[in-house]
Design a protein around this ligand. Structure first.
Ligand SMILES: [Zn+2]
Length: 267
């Protein structure tokens, strides 16, 4: 997501993104030390313990908010319990600027007119939900598979019981492709020397029905045009799958609900 947001396409430039995760430089946002510090403070999680999708999403969002958000104009929005409220996405993307309402012909089918409005921020969106009680339900897995086909899809934070994994996509409709970066490696502050250690050398697959039902589905929305595309995809799925569509999407946040979750700044 960061690579796409910063439009870094060459291997050399990738070092800039990887350095955000440098464990030997305490000024970098996503070091293991920073992640562990917030995990311990907010959730009492010890190093080596399992982080569920909600916890790791909120921790990464908090670190982004503290270190990067204003520098790179990328904000994270985390919705829980299968909720998705588009007014909150618009508010963050517009950075609090009021929306211009218009009568442009295209706007009838859009969430917001992307000709008369300009976004100031891009969004990393995480939709936290459960797609079953003890194990995922078949009907929901099918819908999740469809949600993984969106152009803006960036992966599913999830796992198998007791194991955190990152699902990138589908294989043969019934298996998920995943990355498992859990290898112990020698610490080294020289990113140029250990650049390759930040990549998974291979991917694996697992049967979709064997994953943990708790998932965080992530998307990257660069601008209002991409938000409109994402909105159209969500509405299409809701019309197609009706009660089996496990995301409760609404244009407005109901007054009885609080805004999307963010944990307090820790620094
Ligand atoms: Zn317009």
């Amino acid at each position: 997501m960061l690579r796409e947001h910063l439009q870094i396409m060459t291997q050399d430039k990738m070092t800039e993104v990887i350095n955000f995760f440098n464990d030997c430089d305490k000024t970098q946002p996503f070091s293991i030390h920073n992640i562990s510090k917030i995990a311990r403070k907010e959730y009492g999680i010890l190093p080596g313990d399992w982080y569920n999708p909600s916890q790791i999403s909120l921790i990464l969002s908090t670190l982004n908010q503290s270190y990067l958000e204003n520098k790179i104009n990328l904000s994270f929005l985390i919705f829980n319990s299968g909720n998705l409220f588009f007014d909150q996405i618009i508010e963050v993307m517009m950075n609090g600027k009021g929306v211009t309402y218009c009568n442009c012909p295209a706007v009838k089918k859009q969430l917001i007119c992307d000709k008369c409005n300009n976004s100031e921020r891009s969004i990393g969106l995480v939709l936290l939900t459960r797609i079953g009680l003890d194990s995922p339900e078949e009907k929901y897995l099918h819908v999740l598979g469809e949600m993984m086909k969106f152009k803006q899809f960036k992966g599913v934070i999830g796992g198998k019981p007791g194991k955190a994994l990152y699902f990138l996509g589908l294989h043969n409709e019934s298996s998920f492709i995943y990355l498992d970066p859990h290898y112990v490696q020698t610490a080294n502050g020289d990113i140029h020397q250990i650049k390759q250690s930040y990549f998974c050398g291979s991917f694996r697959t697992c049967k979709a029905k064997n994953i943990d039902p708790s998932v965080g589905i992530s998307y990257y929305l660069r601008n209002l045009t991409e938000l409109n595309q994402f909105y159209a995809e969500i509405i299409k799925l809701r019309e197609t799958y009706q009660d089996d569509f496990f995301i409760w999407a609404s244009n407005e946040t109901p007054s009885y609900l609080t805004k999307s979750i963010r944990i307090s700044k820790c620094f």
